[in-house]
Design a protein around this ligand. Structure first.
Ligand code: IFG
Length: 515
């Protein structure tokens, strides 16, 4: 009997010893594969234990901080199945997770943060609530990506001080060539939030589809929203659904920028209203992928009533400061008509309180104060725009177009701008990409995903991952702190995160994905 007891004790101890050895307790915060790479990470070699009793506190009297604390609890529930209490507090708690806002100096700016992980208290503090949100994204990357039942979640202690290189870090989703549901757009927003991007540009209209309800011009969606590339059923967002997307993005510190592309890329509108055509005849709906064949009638007054109504209605439900007027590939609009049109449309956008963004071709017009051009292909347009006082969003097709194939074997995407493997997408610096366009001229970076060949969320994921985190890092991390050989090791660690989020990503052979 005695021997059995001794044997059982030895077995129990052995199992306990093995378990404690296999569950590596993290103590070196600098070993975490953060993307974007933070400005500074200092480890203090201990461990914070996140348990069912961990409380989330937020500094009382700071607008928006409670919502950010709620966001954190939703994420903690997704990861660890815990439902932390959320409490406001006048001062720092002795334990738990604590969000606070204070004066951390000019260097941290509007989006920087300090993440202090102590043994008992994790404090995320910033000049603004947005900084706390981005600090949460960093904290989440110290935890398992997917659902874990192994509590406590152990987090290595230390201090991270961080702030972004550019204030505009975004992606564009073309919902016109192929339509994507509100749910799909929200999932795309989740991807942007996870990597500290803060802009989603929605390409809401094109030759193949009109995707946003305009109450004063109902046929834009009744007819213009009724199909898509390939002849599918298309679709559109009601203004209520658009507002749902805007609010979902706002909760994640993401600004929605609506684009109505004009005067070219307008066949869906021209098919919806005969009077918008110079010959007074509605065009046929178009489901191919050619570009440059359509134009609004730039010398008809009804065109400007149309634009005024569209800009007014969309601006009224867009809290963000920008309205994107497109302006690309107006190949059948005579230049003087194009310039006349762009000049008038800019005034309409300003009238409704928004700042103008346009593709780089709008540089041919007289740019209003505060106008921004989105560089995609023409260096001379972009330099002309800077010469007229405009800022630049860097979206070089050769580097940043998410619809470009990875290589010649990629079954989705186009390759007119070249193949963009994960290294090509990462190894470039927006501030030196175009001679004469410097950091001072640049608002930031945006990676457009055009959807001629992309038809559903799985295909969106395949084209966006793993390149999107690289664009997020280019927008956040200083160029001298970025290096492909070092980055790819961190990216490899995020493969597990992509899997945990059920992201159908391209397993590039250039990345040493962790098995
Ligand atoms: N260029 C067109 C897009 C799209 C794209 C596909 C811009 C600004 C090629 N315009 O990029 O509408 O067709 O890669």
């Amino acid at each position: 009997m005695k021997n059995n007891l001794v044997l059982s004790a030895i077995m129990a101890f052995t199992i306990l010893f093995q378990v404690s050895c296999t569950k590596k307790i993290p103590t070196d915060l600098t070993k975490t594969s953060f993307i974007p790479k933070p400005v500074s990470v200092v480890a203090t070699g201990e461990t914070f234990e996140l348990t069912r009793s961990t409380v989330v506190y937020y500094q009382e009297g700071v607008e928006g901080l409670q919502q950010t604390a709620q966001y954190l609890t939703v994420e903690l529930n997704r990861i660890g199945g815990i439902t932390p209490t959320v409490n406001s507090t006048a001062e720092a708690p002795a334990s738990g997770i604590y969000l606070s806002v204070g004066d951390h100096g000019q260097e941290l700016g509007e989006e920087g943060y300090v993440l202090n992980i102590g043994k008992k208290v994790i404090n995320i503090s910033a000049n603004r609530v947005a900084g706390c949100f981005f600090g949460i994204q960093t904290l989440l990357q110290t935890m398992p990506a997917g659902q874990t039942t192994a509590l406590p979640i152990e987090i290595a202690t230390g201090t991270i001080r961080d702030f972004p290189e550019f204030g505009y870090r975004g992606a564009m989703l073309d919902v016109a060539r192929h339509f994507f549901s509100v749910q799909d757009v929200k999932r795309f927003i989740d991807f942007l939030a996870a990597y500290k991007m803060n802009v989603l540009h929605l390409h809401l209209s094109d030759d193949q589809g009109w995707r946003i309800e305009i109450k004063s011009w109902p046929k834009l969606t009744e007819i213009g929203g009724s199909t898509e590339v390939g002849g599918g059923e298309g679709g559109f967002y009601t203004q209520e659904q658009y507002t749902e997307i805007v609010n979902y993005a706002l909760e994640r510190n993401i600004t929605i920028i609506p684009e109505i592309d004009m005067p070219g890329h307008t066949n869906a509108a021209l098919a919806s209203y005969a009077e918008l055509n110079c010959n007074g005849k509605a065009t046929e709906l178009y489901t191919g992928i050619e570009v440059g064949f359509s134009t609004l009638c730039t010398r008809k007054e009804i065109t400007y009533q149309f634009v005024d109504d569209v800009v007014r209605e969309i601006s009224a439900i867009t809290p963000g400061p920008y309205f994107h007027i497109g302006g690309d590939e107006s190949l059948v609009t005579p230049l003087d008509d194009y310039v006349y049109f762009i000049n008038r449309v800019q005034d309409i956008v300003v009238k409704y309180g928004k700042k103008v963004i346009g593709w780089d071709e709008i540089a041919h017009a007289t740019l209003v104060d505060g106008a921004t051009v989105q560089f995609w292909a023409d260096v001379n347009n972009t330099k002309m725009a800077v010469g007229k006082g405009a800022k630049v969003i860097m979206s070089p097709a050769k580097k940043a177009y998410l619809d470009m194939k990875y290589d010649s074997t990629t079954h989705l995407g186009l390759h007119w701008a070249g193949y963009i493997e994960v290294d090509t997408a990462y190894i470039w610096d927006p501030a030196s990409y175009v001679a004469g366009i410097t950091k001072e001229n640049i608002l930031g970076i945006e990676s457009p995903l055009w959807s001629e060949t992309v038809t559903n969320i799985d295909e969106i994921e395949y084209m966006a991952f793993p390149r999107l985190p690289g664009y997020a890092e280019i927008g956040w991390t200083a160029p001298d702190a970025r290096n492909w050989d070092e980055y790819k090791q961190r990216l490899a660690q995020h493969g597990k995160r992509f899997e945990a989020m059920n992201i159908d990503f391209y397993r590039s052979p250039l990345v040493p994905w962790e098995q």
